[in-house]
Design a protein around this ligand. Structure first.
Ligand SMILES: C[C@@](CO)(OP(=O)(O)O)[C@H](O)COP(=O)(O)OP(=O)(O)OC[C@H]1O[C@@H](n2ccc(N)nc2=O)[C@H](O)[C@@H]1O
Ligand SMILES: Nc1ncnc2c1ncn2[C@@H]1O[C@H](COP(=O)(O)OP(=O)(O)O)[C@@H](O)[C@H]1O
Length: 283
């Protein structure tokens, strides 16, 4: 069995406060990208993980392994599975690569092991693995609230082209949230305006309302992110923003071809480049 594990960006992300569990209360519009890792599942006695395309642990530190383990324990399943993960999504990038892998493993093993779990149950298990996992299980375009566990589907957007530019380092999501707590006057983007634009399919409204409360925090630690934003804007992006906790910056373009042309113009900078598009998975 082969499944895709799709990256996400946050079109808008507002941090509303801290929660009693220490996590942060969010209101964010998440959007799936066509860029994906692949997850292949075969029979095995125990849970075994093999990773290609990146150097990552293959035990419980890997979110793909952890998802399989949590699911197996939850239902008391006694068999195993050999999971091959081919990584393409950059690591610690704000693109939810690990959460996407976990979601693909949960969905894949639910079928492979014939567990018959409903999507709500899978989302609850996913939330225990990582805050972005419930969204990754659904995909598409969605308003995500709470810690990440409340996912409300939104109408899909057109397949806009996307250029992802990632400086040569990752960031710790936990550290970014910690620093956010020390910020005096954090910015609060226009989530309601973004929702209105998404619901009415207004691409211009979407690109003018891109905003992320965490961007200034990560940018203060890594000023290169500001430079990368300027490079993408100068290359003709309709809008640019840092995704999630960063450090990846995305630029939105009319289509895949204009995104490719822009990426070709800015190649050679001190950042990795990926060209992809917004993706709405089949229902
Ligand atoms: C910032 C976001 C935005 O979509 O994405 P990424 O940048 O990671 O892609 C998410 O909130 C990240 O989700 P995820 O990366 O799954 O978080 P987790 O593994 O559950 O938590 C990592 C750390 O982030 C903090 N955290 C996470 C989610 C949240 N709503 N509040 C938090 O304070 C927690 O303190 C935790 O120590
Ligand atoms: N399957 C996986 N893919 C990527 N990272 C993983 C995975 N499993 C565990 N991790 C760990 O999770 C951390 C966050 O990675 P990732 O999900 O790629 O980024 P982000 O949380 O910024 O979206 C990484 O530093 C990595 O050590």
């Amino acid at each position: 069995m082969l499944a895709g594990a799709y990256a996400k960006i946050n079109l808008v992300l507002d941090v509303l406060g801290t929660r009693p569990d220490g996590y942060h209360e969010l209101a964010t519009v998440m959007q799936t990208l066509e860029l994906h890792d692949s997850v292949e599942i075969k029979e095995a006695r125990e849970i075994e993980l093999v990773v290609e395309g990146a150097v990552l642990p293959t035990g419980p530190c890997n979110l793909a392994f952890r998802a399989a383990d949590v699911l197996r324990r939850r239902v008391g399943y006694t068999g195993g599975a050999r999971i091959k993960l081919v990584k393409r999504i950059p690591l610690a990038a704000g693109l939810a690569g690990g959460s996407a892998d976990a979601a693909a493993v949960l969905r894949g093993l639910n079928n492979f092991w014939g567990l018959g779990m409903q999507s709500g149950e899978l989302e609850e298990i996913g939330a225990a693995v990582g805050s972005d996992v419930p969204f990754c299980l659904r995909g598409g375009t969605a308003l995500v609230r709470g810690r990440g566990e409340r996912v409300e589907p939104l109408p899909g957007l057109p397949p806009l082209g996307v250029v992802l530019a990632k400086p040569p380092f990752g960031v710790s999501t936990a550290l970014v949230y910690n620093r956010y707590d020390d910020t005096k006057d954090p910015l609060h983007p226009d989530v309601q305006g973004m929702l209105q634009a998404v619901r009415s399919g207004d691409v211009n409204g979407v690109v003018t309302r891109l905003g992320n409360s965490l961007e200034a925090v990560t940018l203060a630690m890594h000023p290169e992110i500001g430079e990368i934003k300027s490079v993408l804007a100068a290359a003709g992006a309709l809008g640019v923003l840092m995704s999630g906790s960063g450090p990846t910056v995305f630029g939105l373009f009319e289509n895949l071809s204009t995104a490719r042309q822009a990426a070709d113009r800015i190649r050679g900078g001190n950042f990795g480049l990926w060209v992809t598009k917004l993706y709405t998975p089949p229902a």
